[in-house]
Design a protein around this ligand. Structure first.
Ligand SMILES: [Cu+2]
Length: 178
């Protein structure tokens, strides 16, 4: 056996010991807390969002949303622990889903904000890894996320990816990917 592989083996053994040791102490301190939610977790702070104006500085009149419209996560709650890929199902009531580019009253398309702390409700939503558009009218996604904590928030956008007035958005939630 080479020195390298012996070292690698020793490293593996140490890691296993560390894990099992950790597991035992976890049982001692947190017995019975193996559910999806940690009851001691703090609710996720809302993202910082600019107050919606009915008309943008460019003169663009925002699409109006009914006051009763509601956007929510169907299958995830704040504090949930999940495995990647993470299935995220978008829930919308009081409005309908239409693809981007389609102008139809009372509709919009979904945007999923991943790890976004601050965004502008009076501009088109950016398109990148943190601001994901579902312009084909999709109502769910399977997300590849690294282990650790991530925040998620849904925002409805009009045919031009601009949030409605008033803004139709979900609560921001934190999930832990194991
Ligand atoms: Cu969009």
């Amino acid at each position: 056996m080479s020195v390298t592989s012996r070292l690698a083996l020793a490293g593996t053994t140490a890691a296993v010991f560390a894990l099992s040791g950790c597991g035992h102490s976890m049982h001692g301190h947190h017995g019975g807390m193996h559910g999806a939610m940690n009851p001691n977790a703090q609710a996720t702070a809302p993202a910082k969002v600019t107050a919606s104006t009915p008309v943008l500085t460019s003169g663009y009149k925002k699409v109006e949303a009914p006051a009763a419209a509601r956007l929510y996560f169907v299958n995830l709650t704040d504090g949930a622990t999940v495995s990647s890929p993470v299935k995220v199902v978008f829930g919308l009531s009081g409005m309908g889903v239409a693809p981007a580019g389609v102008e139809k009253a009372g509709t919009g398309h979904h945007h999923l904000l991943v790890n976004v702390n601050e965004w502008d409700a009076n501009a088109p939503l950016p398109a990148n890894d943190n601001f994901r558009h579902f312009g084909a009218g999709q109502t769910e996604v399977s997300l590849d996320l690294k282990p650790g904590q991530h925040t998620l928030q849904l925002v409805l956008g009009d045919q031009n990816h601009i949030p409605h007035h008033p803004v139709v958005m979900s609560d921001r939630i934190t999930i832990t990917v194991r």
